[in-house]
Write a protein that binds this ligand. Structure first.
Ligand SMILES: *[C@@H]1O[C@H](CO)[C@@H](O)[C@H](O)[C@H]1NC(C)=O
Ligand SMILES: *[C@@H]1O[C@H](CO)[C@@H](O)[C@H](O)[C@H]1NC(C)=O
Ligand SMILES: *[C@@H]1O[C@H](CO)[C@@H](O)[C@H](O)[C@H]1NC(C)=O
Ligand SMILES: *[C@@H]1O[C@H](CO)[C@@H](O)[C@H](O)[C@H]1NC(C)=O
Ligand SMILES: *[C@@H]1O[C@H](CO)[C@@H](O)[C@H](O)[C@H]1NC(C)=O
Length: 482
């Protein structure tokens, strides 16, 4: 940190002391999402990954050991934003592809919209991926006072250009609603850190702040400044080396942001959530060992997310691992209630887990739907220890981190049964299908799944729309074609 910057911090820290008597009693909330971060890609689980800041916050906070997410980006973000399972919002199949007129339905009230009614300033920095074909689906029309970031699912970390779709090629980076070119050439993790720090330094502390910070990291393409990947020069697998560096850059980002929060006195009344959006993709350097499967699958490796909560003052119990069942939809009511709202009458799937998160109480959740697909016959359901999987389940196995000397038996490639049952408490790595021994339980769970399936809404799976082509919008991916 430069001298000038520390001087500014010291000055601000001083002025914030003077103002502290008027500080709002509602906590500031920072919700950090890592993209495609695998179960085995964080230092508190795998010491080969260097994430000293995340490790410290996790170990001083509450590590969530059964925190479930959806297998893919858009569906999980839908959970964070709406408190509803994607099979109840039409987002259960795949992601929002950039050229597709697909979005989180406009009638859903988002968490920032709710927090705004409670007096929060709401900011978003990072990846949206919940649709942008019309302005009404974009962050600044969905509860965020400010937005800096990108609308779609992936792009180059430096050029901020997304160019994979057929002949379409375009820039995807905005400040508020304007195309923002000043950051061309700058690594997105740096851009987002600067923007987050800017928001924090300019925040009027008489109001509570909600900062939603979904990083581009550590999704592909695998790109990182060399100073981070150099830390892993001993790893010979290039993907794993770069990916690990990207995780360390993300850790550094959280260090830089939390240092400012600390120096400006925000930590005295702040809740920080850190979660992945889905399991890691092993083909892109990620790892979910020892869990089975990865991103885009219903196996635990795709859905059991690395995550924790941290607060210096709000957690009555901290410094431990909570085994309780938690789902991405639970953040919505939990944060709303912590912010002084009332989630009890809302038409959502999320359950308020305030007691679990703040007091170390038991989880109030005993079941959830991993997903019910519409575009093919496949679903998974959790009920207590048990996990039912039906239909066309992808044939995923167990993948040790690249370069490890863990020996795994040859994968059995015979077709999977169309109904499987696992006891996740006894068998978290899903090695033993116990469906044959438990026909009564299987029948019971199939009926439960049929009831859930009866409440699903049809998936939104529109074809690509050529009107999305950035040539129609001065070279930028832009709203205005649905
Ligand atoms: C977290 O869950 C895993 C898998 O069930 C288990 O092996 C591990 O012991 C748990 N960690 C803690 C600290 O309870
Ligand atoms: C972002 O846009 C807002 C509103 O147009 C403007 O006030 C602000 O200065 C812009 N920020 C940057 C970093 O350009
Ligand atoms: C964090 O701040 C340090 C010191 O200013 C800087 O060298 C580093 O690049 C920053 N990292 C990120 C990810 O912002
Ligand atoms: C859900 O119900 C539909 C009929 O409404 C059916 O086509 C589909 O196969 C069911 N899915 C599952 C996973 O049971
Ligand atoms: C699942 O495993 C747990 C923990 O080992 C055990 O207590 C429970 O009885 C098992 N349930 C079934 C249906 O096998």
């Amino acid at each position: 940190m430069t001298m000038r910057f520390s001087a500014v911090l010291a000055l601000l820290a001083f002025s914030s002391c003077l103002k502290s008597s008027t500080a709002a009693d509602k906590p500031h909330i920072i919700f950090i999402v890592a993209d495609d971060l695998g179960w085995n890609d964080v230092g508190w689980i795998n010491p080969d990954i260097q994430t000293p800041t995340l490790d410290r916050l996790a170990r001083d906070g509450v590590i969530l050991n059964s925190s479930y997410v959806q297998p893919l980006c858009s569906p999980s973000r839908n959970c964070f934003m709406s408190g509803k399972f994607p099979y109840h919002t039409g987002l259960q199949d795949k992601v929002v592809f950039i050229e597709q007129p697909k979005y989180m339905p406009a009638d859903l009230i988002t968490i920032p919209q709710r927090l705004k009614t409670l007096g929060y300033d709401t900011h978003m920095v990072g990846k949206w991926h919940l649709g942008f074909c019309n302005w009404k689906y974009t962050p600044t029309y969905r509860g965020f006072d400010t937005f800096m970031g990108y609308y779609a699912g992936m792009e180059d970390y430096f050029t901020h250009v997304r160019d994979e779709v057929a002949d379409y090629y375009g820039y995807d980076f905005r400040n508020m609603t304007d195309v923002y070119k000043d950051v061309q050439g700058e690594y997105s993790t740096y851009v987002f850190v600067k923007r987050a720090i800017d928001i924090i330094m300019n925040h009027d502390k008489s109001k509570p702040m909600y900062l939603y910070l979904p990083f581009q990291a550590v999704h592909g393409p695998l790109q990182v400044p060399a100073k981070y990947s150099d830390r892993y020069s001993h790893i010979h697998d290039l993907n794993r080396m770069v990916y690990s560096g990207m995780v360390s850059a993300l850790d550094d980002a959280v260090y830089n942001i939390t240092t400012v929060l600390e120096n400006l006195g925000f930590m005295d009344n702040l809740l920080l959530v850190f979660t992945t959006d889905n399991g890691g993709p092993p083909s892109h350097g990620a790892n979910n060992w020892p869990l089975r499967g990865g991103k885009a699958t219903l196996w635990e490796g795709g859905t059991r997310g690395a995550g924790f909560v941290y607060s210096k003052t709000l957690l009555k119990k901290r410094g431990y691992t909570h085994p309780g069942m938690f789902h991405a939809v639970d953040w919505y009511p939990t944060l709303l209630d912590i912010a002084g709202g009332d989630s009890s009458q809302l038409d959502i799937d999320g359950m308020s887990q305030v007691d679990m998160i703040l007091n170390g109480g038991s989880s109030v959740r005993n079941e959830f739907v991993y997903n019910i697909y519409d575009d093919h016959y496949a679903a998974a359901l959790r009920w207590g220890d048990l996990k039912l999987m039906v239909g066309d389940i992808s044939h995923a196995g167990w993948i040790p981190p690249a370069g490890s000397d863990i020996d795994i038996p040859e994968m059995d490639n015979s077709p999977l049964p169309s109904v499987m049952l696992f006891n996740i408490s006894a068998d978290p790595t899903e090695h033993h299908d116990i469906s044959k021994d438990n026909p009564i339980l299987v029948n019971f769970l199939l009926q439960m799944l049929a009831l859930k399936n009866g409440t699903r809404v049809p998936a939104m799976d529109p074809p690509s729309d050529p009107r999305s082509n950035p040539v129609n919008f001065n070279g930028a991916w832009s709203p205005g074609w649905c």
